[in-house]
Ligand binder design. Structure first.
Ligand SMILES: *[C@@H]1O[C@H](CO)[C@@H](O)[C@H](O)[C@H]1NC(C)=O
Ligand SMILES: *[C@@H]1O[C@H](CO)[C@@H](O)[C@H](O)[C@H]1NC(C)=O
Ligand SMILES: *[C@@H]1O[C@H](CO)[C@@H](O)[C@H](O)[C@H]1NC(C)=O
Ligand SMILES: *[C@@H]1O[C@H](CO)[C@@H](O)[C@H](O)[C@H]1NC(C)=O
Length: 316
């Protein structure tokens, strides 16, 4: 009889204990998720710029849009393409050319670019289309050069094999430049933001890589292939910003660890309180429990926890 009491009590207590454990784990888990979310948020804010503004999808969109909006372009005429309002600030233009003519005479002015004679598309195409982009005030959202500051918009061009298409064509072609290089003529109104700053040319590859070049002529950059270009000056305060980030991260980490320690301490306190309550209940129970021989103090709470079940109404 008494043993049955004890058994049923153990069951109930196990249930109580399990419920407590589940609650505790739920609590732990929710905190774990909150910390995880906070941490990933801070990480994603750190990595911003590369995620939110995806160059590949922008370029795909521009190509598609330009191709659609060029109804039936005449060869040799530069068309401005008016992008939707949410791209306001970007400029796009396109031109179709016969490769033979392009090779013979080049093209003096397509957007900010000058194409000298003796440029051949590779792989060869009878007709090409050149799509020019000026990222304007969007430049720094899509491009950045660590340690440098953009002081001019990023401008670029892409060439397509347009032989089989009445508009742009799909197949990108490279340029093989036999004579003088292609040049990019930036506005002379560039504000450097410092007297002792020397501007440099930067050329971006399709994969976001970049190369820096000195300027031979003021605000003119040269290239022997397609790409995107801008002008940069060294960043003065870069060191300070870096220090700020490192400090911020260090502090954030310390706060996280401290928070975790405090939480752990709270858990431990809660658990100890629970156990103490159980022990108190047990001591009360011991008084009228005949089965509990001697009622001697038992070393661990887990053994004592079988007792309060005597108050249980369940009698088999
Ligand atoms: C470009 O436009 C032409 C004619 O409107 C169309 O046939 C072609 O599929 C388009 N190409 C792309 C890549 O959208
Ligand atoms: C760029 O400037 C235009 C106005 O000229 C504005 O509508 C647009 O929001 C700006 N874009 C960015 C990314 O600031
Ligand atoms: C253009 O058409 C010709 C013949 O139909 C084909 O051989 C060539 O691959 C096509 N070029 C492109 C870029 O689609
Ligand atoms: C284009 O050609 C240049 C040199 O002619 C070369 O350095 C570059 O890698 C080529 N780019 C691609 C995408 O083929």
């Amino acid at each position: 009889m008494a043993i049955r009491f004890c058994n049923s009590g153990t069951d109930q207590h196990k249930r109580q204990e399990n419920a407590f454990r589940v609650k505790l784990m739920g609590f732990c888990k929710s905190w774990y998720y909150i910390i995880l979310v906070m941490f990933s948020l801070s990480l994603s804010s750190f990595a911003r710029g590369s995620n939110d503004y995806d160059l590949d999808s922008l370029n795909a969109f521009i190509h598609d849009y330009a191709n659609k909006s060029l109804g039936n372009p005449r060869t040799g005429i530069l068309y401005n393409i008016f992008l939707p309002a949410n791209f306001s600030g970007m400029e796009v233009s396109a031109i179709r050319l016969r490769s033979g003519q392009f090779w013979a005479t080049g093209r003096k002015k397509i957007s900010l670019f000058q194409f000298p004679p003796k440029i051949r598309p590779t792989p060869y195409a009878k007709r090409i289309a050149i799509l020019c982009q000026n990222f304007g005030n969007w430049s720094s959202y899509y491009y950045n050069v660590p340690g440098y500051r953009l002081v001019a918009p990023v401008v670029g061009f892409v060439a397509y094999d347009s032989s089989n298409s009445s508009t742009l064509g799909n197949l990108k072609v490279n340029f093989s430049v036999m004579g003088n290089p292609i040049s990019v003529h930036f506005s002379h109104d560039i504000v450097l933001g410092g007297k002792d700053l020397t501007p440099k040319c930067v050329k971006f590859g399709a994969d976001g890589s970049f190369t820096l070049q000195d300027m031979n002529e003021s605000y003119v950059c040269v290239s022997r292939s397609a790409g995107h270009f801008s002008v940069v000056v060294p960043k003065k305060h870069d060191q300070r910003i870096l220090k700020f980030w490192v400090l911020g991260f260090g502090l954030g980490f310390v706060v996280l660890v401290l928070g975790g320690l405090v939480l752990a301490a709270i858990f431990r306190l809660l658990r100890r309180r629970k156990i103490m309550k159980m022990e108190q209940q047990t001591e009360r129970g011991v008084a009228f429990d005949t089965f509990w021989i001697g009622g001697s103090k038992l070393p661990s709470a887990s053994m004592i926890r079988t007792q309060p079940a005597l108050e249980n109404e369940y009698v088999p």
